[in-house]
Design a protein around this ligand. Structure first.
Ligand SMILES: C[S@@+](CC[C@H](N)C(=O)[O-])C[C@H]1O[C@@H](n2cnc3c(N)ncnc32)[C@H](O)[C@@H]1O
Length: 246
């Protein structure tokens, strides 16, 4: 499948070394901030994403941009859940936090962690039944290349579930949420993570990222079918679901 050029404003630098360095720097506080800044609702979003895969207990799932592995763990813990999960991320410090969680929860035999780039997934073609990504695709420099890679590694008929932030369209909520993202979130993020840029990058990258229609178009051009974009929490997050065609 040929990669297609992004159609949205992608002016923020997403050079892999910059993004990996930023996540490495905030890794120790990442989980705490995730739950704090979302008021704990991120767990519900992950549950929705895993449920959309309709797992039977036999699947091999790839969790791309796995970070600290919360979605990989959710896929493994669901009943029925994935038989096996592989979590891929390029930030080593995020994977070290993930690995400590797997050790603590005795999940190392069910979830494997691999350091790698979403645009060059270190896995064989048609080797997984489903792919998940939570809040990772927005950070990838070449979204179309990542979608083409996902298409390569998932089996024909296999499923995809992507969670990503979106800009809400409802006028009142859009203003309130936009104000929170711009003024409150970066302050809390900076105070807790002690990282200057990461939590200012978050709202800026949400603003600059593809709209749901644009991401759906990229998925379609990458060869996915039965694509849906379901708004969650008044459109602050979008759950994209799709299947690989042939
Ligand atoms: C916001 S975190 C999300 C982590 C996790 N999925 C979650 O839901 O909490 C984004 C993650 O994507 C990873 N990432 C971004 N671009 C990537 C790429 N091109 N290849 C691999 N990992 C990438 C980052 O290192 C980071 O761990």
């Amino acid at each position: 499948m040929t990669a297609v050029a992004p159609v949205f404003d992608d002016s923020i630098s997403k050079a892999p070394e910059r993004i990996a360095g930023m996540f490495d720097a905030i890794a120790p506080r990442y989980d705490l901030l995730n739950h704090l800044l979302s008021g704990g609702i991120d767990r519900t979003w992950r549950t929705r994403a895993i449920r959309s895969l309709a797992l039977t207990g036999r699947e091999r799932v790839l969790d791309l941009c796995t970070g600290t592995a919360d979605l990989a763990i959710a896929a493994s813990a669901a009943r029925p859940g994935a038989a096996r999960v592989v979590g891929v991320d390029f930030a080593g410090a995020m994977l070290r936090v993930a690995d400590e969680k797997l050790r603590r929860d005795r999940l190392r035999d069910r979830i494997a962690l691999v350091q790698g780039d979403a645009t060059r997934i270190p896995m064989a073609a048609a080797s997984v039944d489903a792919v998940t990504i939570a809040f990772g695709i927005r950070n990838v420099e070449n979204v179309a290349a990542a979608c083409a890679e996902i298409h390569r590694v998932v089996k024909p008929g296999g499923r995809l579930a992507i969670l990503e932030f979106a800009v809400p369209t409802m006028p009142g909520w859009r203003s309130v949420y936009g104000w929170y993202l711009k003024h409150i979130l970066p302050r809390i993020g900076r105070a807790v993570s002690r990282h200057d840029g990461a939590y200012a990058y978050l709202p800026a990258s949400i603003d600059a990222f593809a709209t749901p229609d644009e991401l759906v178009k990229i998925l379609r051009q990458s060869g996915f079918v039965t694509i849906a974009a379901v708004p969650l929490t008044l459109g602050s997050v979008c759950l994209y679901t799709a299947r690989r065609g042939s």
